[in-house]
Design a protein around this ligand. Structure first.
Ligand code: ATP
Ligand code: CA
Ligand code: CA
Length: 424
């Protein structure tokens, strides 16, 4: 069953949470942005700015629809990242996230229970994260900042903000804002989430036949005999950047990340319902949260989504007509996002081919902690130690890199990790 993202209207079960997140961002980010730029200090990495919202309002925060607390973590650091390194226009950023209180919710595509929300123009993704991930991201923020400064073309997730909403009964929700790797103006015809491990890394091919938007995995890649079609020039650049990003991830001892690969075939081009196509790309295996009966119905059919939206909140329909028709300006600064927001395939003479890749390393906030060690211990009793996905960060990074080297055209197939050898 394919689940489609839901636009969140006032009757949606997570409307209050979304409203609070966006109100917090709007106030927090514009407060920091309004100040005169100053040199950063070490304290800026640890800083957190608190805001308390209520229906009355006070001198610091305007009145809001609900009572809640908001924390903005390291606002000066994220401002520096956005302005100086990720080339975001501050007004654009705020507008995308908050001009209207409408986001699309994707339920929870991964096993982790995180929720994903798209900004209304699909440029940004809000991902809720666990407390452990939040703590981890704060702890590596200085390293991350440094890495971004010295690696403008990094493939790592671009984090634009780290925040927390606290609801009146004390529930705390941490979330990050990051780049959507996939562009709003191009269909992605095939999606892979690659980790370089074999264990549990296969999306059933049977199911994939009826679901072109499935997020496929390592074994599907190998079984379908896929290659990253890149000529010598791009191959060398990509390898070098992967190597540097891997050095960083090993150093901060993170694991479980993956390379997300979206493939756009230019001959196939785009079908019409761009937004719905994008929403279907995410593939929640986990049931969506329970909704009030009046909430928008989940549906596999894009047209049904439209109908449902028209019924429940007709105003939301104009979101779909506000999608940008080209890639956003910030992507032009980045080597691997330069061709229509992605990386165009090339042949051995470095000439363009009719495929565009959308690539990035995602889910980079899982530290190799005791929990993972326990999981490793138990799995290693039952499964081949080398095929499982949870191993220490050094080995994880090496195996990941080996696999990615082997999937590029002309790559050394003997580097393939166990269980991912080419089909005989
Ligand atoms: P798990 O820990 O079980 O892997 P998770 O909740 O941490 O899941 P992620 O791995 O971050 O989730 O992402 C799940 C899926 O969501 C990815 O496979 C990808 O399809 C999509 N996704 C995540 N981040 C992005 C992004 N920045 N751009 C586009 N798609 C994304
Ligand atoms: Ca993941
Ligand atoms: Ca995860």
């Amino acid at each position: 069953r394919v689940l489609v993202g839901n636009l969140i209207g006032e009757d949606h079960v997570n409307y209050v949470l979304m409203y609070n997140m966006l109100t917090g961002i709007r106030i927090g980010v514009s407060r920091c942005q309004a100040k005169i730029k100053r040199p950063l200090t070490d304290d800026d990495y640890l800083a957190r700015h608190k805001f308390s919202f209520d229906i009355v309002g006070n001198e610091l925060t305007p009145s809001a629809k609900y009572d809640f607390k908001f924390k903005d973590y390291a606002p000066w650091i994220f401002r520096d990242l956005r302005d100086e390194h990720f080339h975001l226009d501050p007004a654009d950023y705020l507008l995308s996230l908050t001009a209207k209180y409408i986001l699309s919710e994707l339920g929870s595509p991964g096993k982790s229970g995180s929720f994903f929300y798209f900004s209304r123009d699909y440029r940004f993704i809000i991902k809720t994260i666990s407390h452990a991930e939040h703590k981890f991201l704060r702890s590596i923020l200085k390293d991350y900042h440094q890495h971004i400064k010295t690696n403008p073309h990094t493939l790592l997730s671009r984090f634009y903000g780290l925040h927390r909403v606290k609801l009146p009964r004390g529930r705390k929700i941490h979330f990050v804002i990051m780049n959507n790797l996939f562009p709003p103006h191009r269909d992605v015809h095939e999606t892979y989430d690659l980790k370089g491990s074999a264990f549990g890394r296969e999306y059933p091919e049977e199911k994939a036949k009826t679901n072109p938007k499935a997020v496929l995995k390592d074994k599907n890649w190998v079984n379908r005999n896929r290659t990253l079609e890149l000529g010598p020039e791009k191959r060398a650049l990509l390898s070098e950047q992967l190597r540097r990003d891997m050095d960083f991830l090993k150093r901060v001892k993170v694991m479980d990340y993956s390379l997300l690969v979206g493939i756009h075939n230019m001959e196939r081009g785009n079908r019409d319902n761009l937004r719905e196509n994008q929403l279907q790309m995410f593939h929640p295996e986990v049931p969506p949260p329970r909704r009030k009966p009046s909430a928008i119905k989940q549906s596999a059919e894009a047209s049904n989504v439209r109908k449902a939206v028209r019924r429940s909140d007709p105003k939301m329909l104009d979101v779909t007509s506000q999608l940008p028709s080209s890639d956003s300006a910030d992507r032009r600064h980045f080597l691997f996002y330069q061709d229509e927001g992605g990386l165009r395939a090339t042949d051995e003479a470095n000439q363009n081919m009719d495929v565009i890749y959308y690539l990035g390393i995602i889910d980079i906030c899982t530290p190799y902690n005791s929990l993972k060690k326990i999981e490793h211990f138990w799995k290693s009793m039952t499964e081949d130690r080398h095929t499982i996905s949870c191993i220490d960060p050094i080995n994880y990074g090496q195996r990941f890199l080996n696999f990615l080297q082997s999937v590029m055209r002309g790559g050394d197939k003997s580097l393939r990790p166990l269980g991912l050898e080419a089909p005989s």
